[in-house]
Design a binder for this molecule. Structure first.
Ligand SMILES: C=CC1=C(C)c2cc3[nH]c(cc4nc(cc5[nH]c(cc1n2)c(C)c5CCC(=O)O)C(CCC(=O)O)=C4C)c(C)c3C=C
Ligand SMILES: [Fe+2]
Ligand SMILES: [Fe+2]
Length: 343
């Protein structure tokens, strides 16, 4: 039998500093997230970040936490349940970090008789810190605990026409009665170094403003290219006029150069330039989370108002949107009809 494992990032068990510290410890000690040698990662994460950040992060989590739990987890569960209603194959949910492990997800499927799994990282764009860390860990778990299980992974789907259509429809629906002079597409950032490490050609990605628009094999794994493509394709679909939309990158951590321009500075600049009404969409996330509900909808809004802006609208992530559920279900059914292609 076939089955599906949806995988998202994960969240702390609670918004208390001790749980946030535990979560950040697992997340940031991942060599594909903070990609420095182990001794340096230990020093940076265990020596510095875990002694300073959990308190502030916990305060941020407390502002967005729901009665049912972390928005990211609750919204991922709603998505899983709705997809399960549409497909006949078992659909399980796991998180890369935290207690809802990939191992438990595989076990749940195996217990239902599943022998072939569609591993579905819930990220439209490829990144070493998201898609790759999931597929690598899933393969290790398969080898160690489920050697007979066959796994096929879903690659980044950033440019699939049906995905762009669903995303565009959701934006159109949410902005129908809103005032906006500018739309900002804000994606989670990554250090520039990650882009270079993922460059399969080893020479294409110079992050010079032109490599991402010059065709290359590197783009199959270029996070920046894939983000820019989502902006371009959605803008084309919704016929946004040039100059009325732009792209930026949020949530940087540490002192390395991250992808530019930064979202907070872009919001500030737009406000200073006299934009009075702005809308912001966050297509790197399929579920609303700390980064959209706090960093954008609260902090971003505050920056914009401080700069003299009037209306600041945030478009929700796809979450459990009906068209998104239909699309995921369609992809799963199409996959299930083909012989499995093991990675
Ligand atoms: C597109 C998805 C994501 C990428 C790429 C990514 C990279 C990345 N993130 C950090 C550090 C942090 N991220 C944090 C939260 C967070 N990150 C993502 C997604 C991506 N991260 C999500 C969905 C969330 C929210 C999780 C939730 O529980 O709601 C945090 C924790 C919050 C905080 O303390 O600010 C950190 C830290 C790095 C270093 C990185 C590297 C490429
Ligand atoms: Fe992150
Ligand atoms: Fe690129």
């Amino acid at each position: 039998m076939k089955g599906v494992l949806l995988v998202n990032l994960g969240s702390p068990e609670s918004p208390e500093p001790k749980d946030v510290k535990k979560y950040l410890g697992e997340f940031l000690m991942d060599e594909r997230v903070i990609d420095v040698p182990l001794w340096a990662r230990n020093l940076l994460v265990k020596g510095i970040i875990l002694n300073t950040r959990p308190k502030a992060s916990a305060a941020a989590y407390k502002k967005i936490w729901w009665e049912e739990g972390s928005p990211l987890i609750v919204l991922s569960e709603r998505l899983q349940n709705k997809v399960q209603e549409q497909v006949e194959y078992p659909v399980a949910l796991a998180m890369r970090y935290g207690s809802m492990t990939i191992k438990k997800g595989f076990q749940e499927l195996v217990d239902k008789g599943v022998k072939e799994v569609l591993l579905f990282p819930l990220y439209p764009q490829f990144a070493m810190a998201t898609t790759e860390t999931i597929t690598v860990l899933a393969e290790e778990i398969r080898q160690d605990y489920f050697p007979n299980l066959k796994i096929e992974s879903v690659p980044a789907f950033y440019n699939k026409p049906d995905y762009i259509e669903v995303l565009a429809n959701s934006i159109k629906k949410h902005l129908a009665d809103k005032k906006y002079d500018h739309i900002l597409f804000s994606y989670h950032g990554v250090p520039e170094r990650h882009i270079k490490k993922s460059d399969v050609t080893k020479s294409h990605c110079k992050i010079d403003g032109s490599c991402c628009v010059t065709p290359s094999k590197a783009h199959e794994y270029c996070y920046k290219h894939q983000c820019l493509e989502v902006t371009r394709l959605v803008a084309e679909k919704l016929q946004f006029k040039g100059g009325t939309f732009s792209t930026s990158f949020q949530s940087r951590l540490g002192f390395d150069p991250w992808l530019l321009p930064y979202t907070d500075r872009t919001i500030e600049r737009l406000g200073k330039q006299g934009i009075k009404n702005m809308a912001i969409i966050t297509p790197a996330f399929v579920s609303d989370c700390l980064e959209t509900l706090e960093e954008i909808a609260m902090e971003g809004k505050e920056i914009f108002h401080e700069m003299g802006g009037d209306h600041f609208t945030t478009v929700p992530c796809l979450n459990d949107d009906a068209e998104w559920v239909m699309l995921l279900s369609k992809w799963i059914k199409t996959w299930a009809e083909q012989p499995i292609k093991v990675n």
